[in-house]
Write a protein that binds this ligand. Structure first.
Ligand code: OSB
Ligand code: MG
Length: 357
């Protein structure tokens, strides 16, 4: 699926996504999940092709034909697999869709969610000049989005963010560095303290919790961790070390709804706000994100935006839309709560594999 516009972060530029979907059929019900990987290993270590390999050679053999009572148990069948969270999440989330239909309960309620409307923000990719970025911020605010996240990288950071802040003095603003800095950049990073940011997301290395604690001790701006957090233990370690004050929760990055709920619970117990991160998902991944975002600890607007911000045409019906006040209404029917456009998916599909028990 081609993005409407390329999306640039400090670590890569994405033009299109080879969307990897899983449909599970069980006892006459069909459930869908999305594996939210990129084609390259520049955000996390997984890629579209490693996920395909994991599915074919490990995930399918561990799960096919097995009897489970819940989607969480299906997740446990894969617990021998180390890493490859996004690949595992795709399968587990498809089973959450099925469990919701089987029990006749909306997915968000099955997860323990309580919100019926969720607040939304946008994540704006790096732009060549501040004027272009300011125009994009203006458009997003006009559409109602409640929070603006700016991608930054060395050479396109403090000055740009200051320009946006000057133009929009009261907007809820934050930045995401995708691991582009190191502890020695403390002087530069401290300058964000003057920009009244909600948080700075993942400034330091993707696999480094401890140094974020050292940085947080010297920064007023709250640090939010994204890349570092792959499970509830990581979240607990990060919080107890003082490495972050906020956590970006991504379903794929933590291995699916079950682990996401555990991360959420740990954060909530410790009073650490969470919000839903995005991976430029198709409608199927997006709808799982909506369900997760109804849990009570999701107190900040997520990177959960309307389908039309990303895609000419989405693969679900209706598309995900955002209200004038920057919210998404949570569907109240069972399963995904949106219908999957099989014809369009077939039309876009380059490769399919089918496994039967
Ligand atoms: O770091 O949050 C990130 C997209 C791809 C990979 C990493 C990230 C992002 C985003 C986009 O920020 C969020 C979205 O889906 O709108
Ligand atoms: Mg991020």
């Amino acid at each position: 699926m081609r993005l409407k516009a390329p999306f640039e972060t400090s670590s890569s530029i994405t033009h299109d996504r080879r969307v990897l979907l899983i449909e599970v059929i069980s006892e006459g019900l069909s459930g869908w999940g999305e594996i939210t990987v990129d084609d390259d290993p520049y955000y996390n270590s997984e890629t579209t092709d490693t996920a395909w390999h994991m599915l074919r050679d490990f995930i399918v053999p561990l799960t096919l034909g097995k009897t489970v009572g819940t989607a969480e148990e299906a997740g446990m069948l894969m617990s021998r697999i180390r890493g490859h969270e996004m690949a595992r999440a795709g399968l587990e989330n498809a089973l959450w869709d099925i469990e919701s239909q089987r029990k006749g309960v909306p997915l968000y309620q099955l997860l323990g969610g309580t919100l019926s409307e969720i607040p939304c923000g946008v994540s704006l990719g790096i732009q060549p000049i501040p004027e272009l970025l300011i125009a994009k911020v203006e458009q997003a605010l006009a559409a109602g989005y409640q929070r603006i996240k700016l991608k930054i990288k060395p050479g396109n950071d403090v000055e740009t963010v200051r320009a946006v802040r000057r133009r929009f003095p009261t907007v809820k603003l934050m930045v995401d560095a995708n691991s582009a800095y190191c502890l020695q950049d403390i002087e530069l990073l401290s300058q964000f303290d003057g920009c009244e940011l909600l948080m700075i997301e993942q400034p330091l290395a993707w696999d480094e919790i401890y140094q974020h604690a050292e940085l947080q001790a010297q920064l007023q701006t709250p640090i939010c961790l994204d890349e570092c957090i792959h499970n509830a233990r990581h979240a607990q370690a990060a919080i107890e070390l003082g490495a972050c004050k906020v956590i970006n929760l991504k379903l794929g990055r933590v291995g699916g709804h079950s682990e996401a709920r555990r991360v959420h619970d740990i954060c909530r117990q410790r009073g650490v706000p969470v919000w839903c991160g995005g991976m430029l998902e198709s409608g199927i991944g997006r709808v799982h994100n909506i369900a997760m975002s109804t849990l009570p600890g999701f107190v900040l607007p997520g990177d959960l935006s309307a389908s039309q911000r990303y895609w000419q045409e989405d693969i679900i019906e209706p598309e995900v839309t955002v209200t004038r006040k920057g919210t998404i209404q949570v569907p109240q029917s069972t399963g995904l709560g949106y219908s999957v456009r099989r014809d369009l998916i077939e039309h876009l599909t380059a490769e399919t594999a089918v496994w039967r028990a």
